[in-house]
Write a protein that binds this ligand. Sequence first.
Ligand SMILES: Nc1nc2c(c(=O)[nH]1)N[C@H]1C(S)=C(S)[C@@H](COP(=O)(O)OP(=O)(O)OC[C@H]3O[C@@H](n4cnc5c(=O)[nH]c(N)nc54)[C@H](O)[C@@H]3O)O[C@H]1N2
Ligand SMILES: Nc1nc2c(c(=O)[nH]1)N[C@H]1C(S)=C(S)[C@@H](COP(=O)(O)OP(=O)(O)OC[C@H]3O[C@@H](n4cnc5c(=O)[nH]c(N)nc54)[C@H](O)[C@@H]3O)O[C@H]1N2
Ligand code: SF4
Ligand SMILES: [Mo]
Length: 705
Amino acid sequence: MPTMHVSDLPIPVSKATDVIGACPHDCPDTCSLVTTVQNGVAAKVHGNPAHPHTDGVLCTKVSRYTERTYHPERILHPLKRSGPKGSGQFEPVSWEVALTDIAGRLKAIATRGPHAAQAILPYSYAGTMGLVQSESIAARFFHQLGASLLNRTICAAAGGEGLVQTLGGKVGMRVEFFAESKLIIIWGSNSIASNLHFWRYAQAAKRNGAKLICVDPRRSETAEKCHEHIALLPGTDAALALALMHELISNDWLDHEYIAQHTLGWEALRERALQWPPERAAQVCGIPVAQITSLARDYGGCMQRGEPAAIRMNYGLQRVKGGGNAVRAIACLPALIGAWRHRAGGVLLSSSSQFPVNKQALQRPDLLAGRAPRTINMVTIGDDLLRAASAEFGPAIEALVVYNSNPVAVAPDSGKVVAGFARENLFTVVLEHFHTDTADYADYILPATTQLEHWDVHLSYGHTDVLLNRPAIAPVGEAKTNTQIFRELAACMGHDDAGFLDPCFTETDESLCRAAYGKAVDFDLLLRQGFATLAIPDAPFAQGGFPTPSGRCEFFSARLQAQGLDGLPDHVPNHEVAGASPAFPLAMISPPARNFLNSTFVNVKSLRDLEGEPIVEMHADDALARAIESGDVVRVFNLRGAYVCKAVISKRARPGVVNGLGVWWRKLGLAGTNVNELTSQKLTDMGAGPTFYDCAVEVATLQAK
Ligand SMILES: Nc1nc2c(c(=O)[nH]1)N[C@H]1C(S)=C(S)[C@@H](COP(=O)(O)OP(=O)(O)OC[C@H]3O[C@@H](n4cnc5c(=O)[nH]c(N)nc54)[C@H](O)[C@@H]3O)O[C@H]1N2
Ligand SMILES: Nc1nc2c(c(=O)[nH]1)N[C@H]1C(S)=C(S)[C@@H](COP(=O)(O)OP(=O)(O)OC[C@H]3O[C@@H](n4cnc5c(=O)[nH]c(N)nc54)[C@H](O)[C@@H]3O)O[C@H]1N2
Ligand code: SF4
Ligand SMILES: [Mo]
């Protein structure tokens, strides 16, 4: 078996040493971590004071990282199922037994015919955002095999596509300059919970006199700390943005020169926006007209005074049918007032396209060698696991290899997902740290290393620094890195398929870290200080130069029109519009809980204690209408399923909308389900993304307090 060169520096064993790493989690902040190691044990993890964005501070979750790494329930050995599917009963086996058996099972499927390997599906997301421990050797392995491809849509697909079609990429303001903004609109983001280090810049701006406005159906921790909160109905953001344009036009708060020089489709957008007077949008959004006109005055006022106005969007607003259009409409706003002229003006949703990652080198799509396997959308895994073979679908899914993800908890429409995972004729391998809801359905669980135990290199979607993660400790128990697991699986496959003996299957993690950016990033600098800042202009679009086909901010997108879609942004109503269904009159959103990261950390007791119990927040009027009291155990339900949790009557909920905070492990919930029992597999307008926050429900008391 190939061995991995874990470090060119020895791992300290005697005196306490600090090792610089990177937070692996799916969070825009990508903090620089410092792990203090004593006698080979990680004693403490803290924020790197030398990294400007981290500024010595971590969130509560990751400051408990050692609790997660040394958790008594950590999986330390390969495990084989010993009870019925889903029972969570396993027995330890050796690595050799596990890998030989898994390779044999995959080979038996793949060698049945020319496209038979498509019955195998990798399922992974961003449990670690590291470029090496996510899609490097794993991608090579599945490409060589000819397995189905996975469309990794579960988080950001609609908004990402909206941004690409408008600005040309996942590009925008540099986050540090928000500190100099005079107006910050925080749109669809609970920054205090999910983008803490941005919030620190916003606080600096506030101290310098900036006005902060939050647009969010929920009165989140962030909304309550802003000067104003616009609590619109879920999925109505494009209507608000179009009405804002209407007001900018009516009052001539426009930067005509910027529009003429650096945008495309102004006349058409103008006509569209004039169909959205504030009265119409107020009706759709369920908010007072005055909130819209006041927001327009603030935004337009910045232009008149020559002050920078900035928008921080996050992915919360695009988990609805019209998510792509909403992001497009909002991304048009800065060009209208010429906000991009300032380094502290513009919009930021994601910075990830700024990073020159060499994906070809890491993932080696050339190993497909002309084969074009089908693509499965990870959002519809529930339906797809239950689909029979057909000419349209191809073979039924027979084997699933899950890593860096917990689909049984996080994918929508859990009833279907669970039924799929429970199939007796599905062979499932899960690479994990813990016995998650997904791992319970595995045939084999393979113990994976955590970020403290492996090399990796990172991009960020909330700032513009590359980070390197050095291993601080040796792997715990018999855990192996994801890369090493796929290297060893490839070696087992290589007995029959020489393709798996290609040297690309023995490349070391350190070499992969170097290959991720090649010469575009100074690797020696990364080794020395753990981070390297990309060279990006302060105000990237001050003189236009958007990375779109036209080089302009595309109000009108010919590419969308060519796909048969609307070339202009518009309000696209939800699949399940709030109040439209008499049986399920409440709109439910399920935003992240502050002390969890998606479903990660739910099993860390100190963090679970901070969250308490699974809850649904309700407005007093909605609770009263149903005779529900705070603390009642309630049943939240629709035609897809039911979720039992505690009701909390709270000012955080607006009338007509309930907030079922996510994403609990099913088995740690009150009745073995979580909020995704209720969400649907319906997709977004662009990008084929999920619609978690586009979900009609009813709530009833199950057991009074
Ligand atoms: N603590 C913590 N941090 C996280 C995560 C976590 O689970 N916990 N998740 C991480 C992940 S995976 C991601 S993708 C990122 C970003 O993650 P996001 O899910 O974007 O997280 P938030 O910034 O909390 O934004 C969600 C906010 O959008 C609001 N919202 C819901 N529907 C709508 C709508 O229709 N319109 C508007 N305007 N707002 C709406 C919600 O009420 C919530 O306050 O954060 C990451 N950071
Ligand atoms: N209802 C509802 N559902 C949602 C959301 C919501 O807001 N509401 N948010 C959605 C969003 S934005 C996202 S991004 C998805 C996230 O969904 P997932 O990407 O599945 O994220 P997590 O739930 O954090 O699960 C990641 C798993 O990866 C494992 N892991 C971490 N590091 C490693 C590693 O190095 N190796 C291996 N083998 N495993 C590792 C962790 O232990 C964890 O169990 O969930 C989505 N689901
Ligand atoms: S989860 Fe986010 S805020 Fe917390 S340490 Fe990681 S990158 Fe930083
Ligand atoms: Mo996400």
